[in-house]
Design a protein around this ligand. Structure first.
Ligand code: MG
Length: 384
């Protein structure tokens, strides 16, 4: 299928930091996607979570299944808009690589620990994973991905951090947009989690169907399913509602973006970047509805007392790990101690270098590894 003139393509790519020969039988963005799938950080996504902790149940979404859902939704939007599916998939599969264990609670806790050392932010960490932390190739550190995939991974960034990132940081300082595929993955991410959090929340009994009927996006689909299938069993009914919600958001996004792309008259990926606002967007009505759904999820699910209790425990695990390792680096696995020694030789501020490596170690942990490591360090009865 032919791509739109504003779609990402090999001929428009700004390339990789370390030059490499072009791949045979694959596009540059396919190669990015393949490198991401083969990375260690990607495999860890299986045991990391967003809202629920990994051991709480086998049916909840993990960051791995979430990323696959984002890729699925992203690719079907990309195809409908004649955008590049390969880079869409690459960005979708990599977008959560830098997340700490225990979802946002984990990130907030680690960010607090890292305050004196420049903070911790999961988007920057995802970039750090693909640029530096993956150790797989003889010729370069990281995965050496294309500029455009890295641009898509770095969703947000403060101006302070942007200044350190050279070319990649420029758009944040110049207030420009990323390419169309990066814009799209951002929304595919939102569509995926808004819907699967409803599903997981219902399954876990933290939210109820009746409460959700006050949310207009849900209520519309609920009514339709009720009138078509009045006797449907609860589980099927929930799925019929959720699949309609996903469809409603995706179709709205495609149709509205088709209009704004046509109206903006963009002829290349760079012209998409120069438009002062994003071109991949919902209609005003659906945007309002998604905001309402997000507010509902924040109040009723993410702040549910059972979720908060687990968050408190997770936060304590992260903080205690950081404190004890920062206090005595000899407790770290030897390869991290070596990295700290290396960084001390180069870094002006050795303590900051040490903190960053401990943050890398903690951020790389899965939920279950963090729980086990915490027990090994703090529970006298657990072998070290
Ligand atoms: Mg995500």
């Amino acid at each position: 299928m032919s791509l739109a003139p504003y779609a990402a393509s090999d001929s428009h790519s700004r390339g990789r930091i370390y030059q490499e020969p072009s791949p045979a039988y694959r596009s540059e963005y396919q190669r990015d996607r393949d490198r991401i799938v083969h990375s260690a950080a990607f495999r860890r996504l299986e045991y990391k979570t967003q809202v629920f902790v990994n051991h709480e149940g086998d049916l909840f979404r993990t960051r791995l299944t979430h990323s696959i859902e984002v890729a699925q939704i992203g690719r079907s939007i990309a195809r409908s808009l004649s955008l590049n599916e390969d880079i869409t998939e690459a960005i979708a599969l990599a977008h959560d690589l830098g997340h700490t264990p225990f979802g946002h609670t984990g990130q907030d806790a680690l960010n607090e620990c890292m305050k004196p050392y420049g903070g911790f932010e999961h988007n920057l960490q995802s970039l750090r994973v693909v640029d530096v932390l993956e150790e797989r190739y003889a010729e370069f550190p990281g995965l050496n991905l294309t500029f455009e995939t890295r641009e898509g991974i770095l969703k947000h960034c403060s101006s302070r951090e942007a200044k350190k990132l050279g070319e990649l940081g420029k758009r944040f300082l110049q207030k420009k947009q990323p390419g169309a595929e990066a814009q799209l993955v951002n929304l595919a991410d939102e569509i995926a989690y808004n819907n699967h959090d409803v599903d997981d929340g219902l399954r876990y009994g933290l939210i109820e169907l009746d409460q959700l009927r006050e949310v207009s996006l849900f209520a519309q689909q609920y009514d339709e399913v009720q009138s078509l299938y009045p006797d449907l069993a609860k589980r099927r009914r929930i799925h019929e509602i959720i699949r309609r919600m996903i469809n409603r958001m995706v179709v709205d996004l495609v149709e509205n973006s088709q209009r704004s792309l046509a109206g903006a008259d963009v002829g290349s990926p760079n012209e998409v970047r120069d438009v002062p606002h994003e071109l991949i967007t919902y209609s005003d009505e659906v945007r309002e509805q998604t905001l309402e759904l997000k507010r509902f999820l924040r109040n009723s699910l993410y702040n549910h007392y059972r979720v908060r209790r687990m968050s408190m425990k997770s936060s304590n695990i992260i903080k205690r790990l950081f404190d004890v390792l920062m206090h005595d680096i000899r407790l770290l696995p030897p390869q991290y101690e070596e990295k700290i020694a290396e960084s001390a030789a180069t870094n002006v501020d050795a303590e900051t270098g040490q903190a960053r490596i401990i943050a890398d170690y903690i951020a790389g942990m899965t939920d279950r590894y963090a729980i086990a490591e915490h027990a090994r360090l703090f529970a006298p009865e657990v072998p070290v």
